[in-house]
Ligand binder design. Structure first.
Ligand code: IMP
Length: 476
């Protein structure tokens, strides 16, 4: 229900707390599902101000490598740039550059002293048949290297790069040890994506899912080493001994330096259990996901609105008692864009979406044409199609005992940036109607009312013959 308002969407701030110490510029997180979040999605999410949670149906090495790809994709200054040794062949250099999608590397000796730089420009006139015999030292640029000292700002770096007409600026200490790298691409990307969500080093934020599995300790170590910003315990049921145990283990090994979200829960009791165990945020939702049949198969779960309202109350009480604010995430079941606003108004700090993001170019599944319409595939993590049976099985067996998710298609929706921009405009517009300038203000001011089925019918277009009958559910 609208409240008195004197704000317009352009002044509404949708900054959201992911954990007590990490904020996002938009309250959206892409789900840890193999049909939704791999590095391409995670990069797009962070560029647009949110964060993606890399799924865990990957080997430890592959998941950590994806974290690495996101962290290296763009940054203010790359503090541990990839480098190459002068003795490496051009063939190996070519493979390395291809793997990380980069066009050149600083060349360092065994003591990490800069001895040259090798870029596309140096390689341009070398025939590919010479790649196996020629070495980096034979073709790299070693005279008049353009470098800058530690502490150089991005603006200063831009000016140096412009003056010398080069694209990469190695940062060195007084003994010429390599300390970092600033590239024109990163400077430009920071300008193109001014709303991007970044860590203190200017790198894009990324999350990664973990589970209470036998290899979890190794997985956590590899993800932390790769620079992950937040770990997300990925389970359909979070009110469990396993999650508490896992959280305690992470705390004992890493203290507060590693941030961990836990879940999923659907009531205040489950929230308090995870908050006391040390969770940095708690996810809410069992059975509400679009591809989810948990409630049908097992009769467990809860209506998402009731769950969010109750957990939000528990979060506020916990905050009053302890002074610790543990953000909560509404996970699953968002169909229309306004559901995001509703979840926030009911008390969620941010939302996690699967179906919504699976529709975009950046999700990992194929775009297929069905009956003349482009679709993307989307299946549940608890379906036979996914390999994430551990998320649902309580242990013991090595396969899924029964399915809790379905295999489906969702209508293709183009690039993520366009979709998210439209969605957020709608969210901000509703916030304006509630007179709320920020998410905390929306939570405080929103006046929610129960609606009847008649009200839902009259809320859509009705009693007219539509000229262009695209079901709105298909378009978010
Ligand atoms: P959606 O945004 O409505 O598509 O819901 C996505 C959420 O559903 C995920 O973030 C998970 O919490 C949950 N989920 C994913 N796969 C399954 C499944 O197979 N069964 C039940 N829930 C699932």
């Amino acid at each position: 229900v609208p409240a008195y308002s004197e704000v317009t969407p352009d002044v509404v701030d949708v900054t959201a707390w992911l954990t007590p110490s990490i904020s996002l510029n938009i309250p959206l997180v892409s789900a840890a599902m193999d049909t939704v979040t791999e590095s391409e999605m995670a990069i797009a999410m962070a560029r647009n101000g949110g964060i993606g949670v890399l799924h865990r149906n990957l080997s430890i090495d592959d998941q950590a490598a994806q974290v690495d790809v996101v962290k290296r994709s763009e940054s203010g200054m790359i503090t541990d740039p990839l480098t190459v040794n002068p003795e490496v062949t051009l063939a190996d250099l070519d493979k390395l550059c291809g793997k990380f999608h980069i066009s050149g590397l600083p060349v360092v000796d065994k003591e990490n002293k800069l001895v040259g730089i090798i870029t596309n420009r140096d390689m341009r006139f070398i025939a590919s048949e010479d790649y196996d015999t020629l070495k980096v030292k034979d073709v790299m640029t070693k005279e008049n290297l353009v470098t800058a000292p530690e502490g150089t700002t991005l603006a200063e770096a831009k000016e140096i790069l412009r003056r010398h007409k080069v694209e990469k600026l190695p940062i060195v200490d007084k003994d010429f040890h390599l300390k970092g790298l600033i590239t024109i691409k990163d400077i430009e990307k920071a300008e193109v994506y001014p709303n991007s969500a970044r860590d203190e080093k200017g790198r894009l934020l990324v999350g990664a899912a973990i589970g209470a599995t036998a290899d979890v300790l190794d997985r956590v170590a590899a993800l932390v080493e790769a620079g992950v910003d937040v770990l997300v315990m990925d389970s359909s049921e979070g009110y469990s001994y396993w999650q508490k145990h896992c959280l305690e283990w992470i705390r004992s090994k890493y203290g507060d330096t590693v941030k961990v979200g836990a879940g999923n829960v659907v009531d205040g009791e489950g929230f308090r259990f995870l908050a006391e165990a040390g969770a940095d945020f708690v996810k809410i939702g069992i059975g509400g996901g679009s591809i989810c049949i948990t409630r049908e198969t097992k009769g467990i779960g809860r209506g998402q609105a009731t769950a969010v309202i109750e957990v939000a109350k528990a979060r506020d009480e916990y905050y009053k008692e302890t002074g610790i604010y543990v953000p909560i995430c509404s996970d699953g079941g968002i169909v229309h864009d306004y559901h995001i606003t509703l979840a926030l108004a009911m008390g969620a700090d941010f939302v996690m979406l699967g179906r919504y993001f699976a529709r975009f170019d950046e999700s990992p599944t194929n775009k297929v044409r069905i009956n003349g319409q482009y679709m993307k595939e989307y299946w549940g993590e608890g379906s036979n199609r996914a390999r994430n049976w551990q998320r649902y099985d309580l242990g013991g067996s090595t396969k899924l005992s029964f399915e809790e998710g379905v295999d489906s298609y969702v209508p293709y929706a183009g690039p993520l940036a366009d979709g998210v921009q439209t969605t957020l405009y709608k969210v901000k517009s509703t916030m304006c109607n509630c007179g709320a300038l920020s998410i905390p203000e929306l939570q405080q001011k929103a006046k929610l009312t129960v609606v009847s089925s008649t009200s839902i019918v009259e809320g859509g277009s009705h009693d007219v013959v539509l000229k262009n009958a695209t079901p709105s559910i298909m378009n978010g």
